[in-house]
Design a protein around this ligand. Structure first.
Ligand code: HEM
Length: 124
């Protein structure tokens, strides 16, 4: 598998990840039962795993000890943590809505890190 293919898989998984996150967060905030569907519980995990594994493979090729890659790893952990508040752990719809907005902001920040190869993201 060449680098460019892995990178495309990584970016496609990133796109699907945020798309599915926004849909699930919406269902979570509106207390929709669709959130309980079996597929909706499984597919996002598969996509997020692909995103992570592809990212780790890319990092292994270009050398992981770069500040922007470390920043991405921290970012992705925050995205997952805040994301679970938005979809699962938040007690009220308001808490879940705020967590959802924060998670999307973290995601946008990570995209900025990826494009600029800089932990300062869009502010670099
Ligand atoms: C929410 C999580 C993530 C998102 C949205 C994301 C997004 C992206 C995007 C859009 C690119 C393409 C950048 C370009 O066009 O140059 C990219 C590249 C890359 N990502 Fe991620 N990424 C995420 C997580 C990770 C993680 C966790 C790692 C490492 C463990 C990682 C490592 C890399 C590497 C090494 C590249 C290649 C950069 C290059 O060749 O220029 N990513 N990522």
């Amino acid at each position: 598998m060449n680098y460019s293919l892995i990178k495309h898989i990584h970016m496609t998984a990133a796109g699907l990840s945020i798309l599915l996150f926004v849909v699930r967060a919406y269902w979570s905030v509106t207390c929709s039962t669709r959130l309980q569907a079996r597929t909706i519980k499984i597919v996002p995990h598969i996509i997020d795993t692909v995103l992570l594994v592809a990212g780790i493979m890319l990092a292994a090729v270009i050398g992981p000890e770069q500040p922007w890659i470390l920043a991405k790893i921290v970012g992705v952990l925050l995205y997952i943590g805040v994301g679970t508040v938005a979809i699962k752990r938040g007690k009220t719809p308001k808490t879940r809505a705020i967590a959802a907005v924060v998670a999307v902001a973290i995601f946008v920040y990570i995209i900025g890190i990826a494009l600029n190869h800089n932990p300062m993201s869009w502010f670099s």
